[in-house]
Design a protein around this ligand. Structure first.
Ligand code: PLP
Length: 429
């Protein structure tokens, strides 16, 4: 144990770097692909094959499913997936309470309501053991968000879903390139959804500005997704083969356009090709950092299920703070001290929707007081005590940066900042 003055208390910071990420996407290629679209004046994907080219590339390199469709964002892929599997008014859809709202809130637009499940405190994923508690005769589907690179335990979830005739929607928005039991995520449940929001390197692992991909092995679901949101898509008429969808015009069911723009797909194409490098480097750097801080009792790595190959790591890598290893020092204070040393240690991103508006009390969607989560329509707000794991662990979730090509010495200095705070936490009590 070495005593030194914490930067938070006026000491010298140990991690001094102006730039912490040196990797850049291939801008020349981004420009060249976008130039082709500009030269051809082919901005809309109506009647243009670039969407089909991109989809085939994404299908082979990431999703591994029979069918994929590019869309305008991840949220629309989720809405399309819930529609495809037949989520209807009055249905219930199970989601872990620790999730991003876009993952489950689209069910409310279909008149269904989310039912929150607890999480596994070691992996921070949906806890399969909690599913029976949330099942009712209205349950129609389960959402498995593979958050921040962590892959859910798909075997027990699929077994439960098949036993109770539930659809499984995998939200893969944070974890492009991850797999479970050798199968790409998104190809295990009934439909897989990928956001491509943001720009490389800070955005989604495959980033398009705004964009999404929906993937499935099921022809029926594929055609329902096409018919819902791909008005005037290239080749739409030929793709709608099933009765009665084959009677539709190119407007589909509802004249909705969830198609992406061609410029977004150009940016995403470059990000897609960089994905294997990005994922490999992030994992190597994460492993290196974890090794350097393995003797720091205040930070415990998030566990991975034995069959899971975590990857993607959108935004950050999570780690779980152990207040008892620092005399009860609050997580915010620990993070503040590490940040003062020059190492950016973030806090939890989600709080748990069982305790967050509008789901904590419910809310009317319509002026007459009705709606899927309106208490007057039978919505029963979740009880805080029904989420012991989420309540205990979420306040202690911390965020390490994802690093592709950090500058020389940065990982060591980052680790040093953490070690220094661990060794001197008593000065903060
Ligand atoms: C887990 C998760 N699902 C879905 C989405 C929705 O994606 P988009 O912003 O592309 O609509 C996001 C966006 O950040 C997300 O984090």
């Amino acid at each position: 144990m070495s005593k030194s003055k914490l930067a938070l208390l006026g000491g010298e910071p140990v991690c001094k770097f102006e730039k912490t990420e040196l990797w850049e996407p291939d801008r020349e290629r981004e420009l060249a692909l976008c130039k082709r679209i500009i030269d051809e004046r082919a901005f809309s994907s109506t009647g243009h094959p670039i969407a089909v080219e991109f989809e085939e590339k994404f299908r082979k390199q990431v999703a591994g499913t029979k069918y994929v469709l590019a869309q305008n964002n991840g949220t629309s892929t989720l809405l399309a997936a819930f529609f495809a599997v037949g989520v209807k008014p009055g249905d219930e859809v199970i989601t872990p309470t620790y999730n991003w709202i876009c993952s489950f809130a689209p069910v409310t637009l279909l008149g269904a309501r989310p039912v929150f499940a607890d999480i596994d405190p070691e992996t921070l994923c949906l806890d399969p053991a909690d599913l029976p508690k949330r099942l009712t005769d209205k349950t129609r589907a389960i959402i498995t968000p593979h958050l921040f690179g962590s892959v859910c335990d798909m075997d027990p979830i699929m077994e439960f879903a098949r036993k109770h005739n539930l659809a499984v929607i995998e939200d893969c928005s944070h974890s492009h390139g991850a797999s479970y039991d050798g199968k790409p995520i998104g190809s295990i449940g009934d439909v897989g959804c990928f956001s491509m929001q943001g720009g490389s390197p800070t955005g989604k692992p495959v980033a398009a500005g705004e964009g999404g991909v929906v993937a499935t092995n099921n022809r029926h679901y594929y055609e329902r997704i096409l018919a819902l949101g791909h008005l005037n898509r290239y080749n739409l008429k030929d793709e709608l083969t099933e009765e009665p969808l084959n009677r539709l015009t190119t407007a589909g069911f509802a004249a909705i356009k969830f198609r992406p723009t061609n410029l977004s797909l150009c940016i995403a194409t470059v990000a897609l090709d960089a994905l294997p490098y990005r994922n490999r480097r992030i994992q190597e750097n994460y492993d290196k950092l974890l090794d350097l801080i393995k003797d720091v009792p205040a930070l415990k790595p998030v566990k991975q299920y034995p069959k899971a190959h975590n990857a993607g790591y959108y935004g950050h890598m999570r780690i779980i703070y152990q207040p008892e290893a620092c005399g009860g020092l609050p997580p915010e204070k620990f993070a503040e001290a590490v940040n003062a040393e020059g190492a950016s240690l973030g806090g939890r991103v989600y709080w748990g929707w069982h305790r967050t508006p509008p789901y904590d009390t419910g809310m009317a969607y319509y002026d007459d007081g009705s709606g899927p989560i309106s208490p007057s329509d039978g919505y029963e707000p979740p009880k805080l005590e029904d989420y012991p794991n989420a309540n205990a662990v979420i306040p202690n979730i911390m965020a390490l940066p994802t690093m592709i090509d950090p500058p020389e010495g940065y990982i060591e200095a980052f680790a040093q900042a953490i070690i220094k705070v661990q060794e001197n936490y008593e000065d903060l009590l």
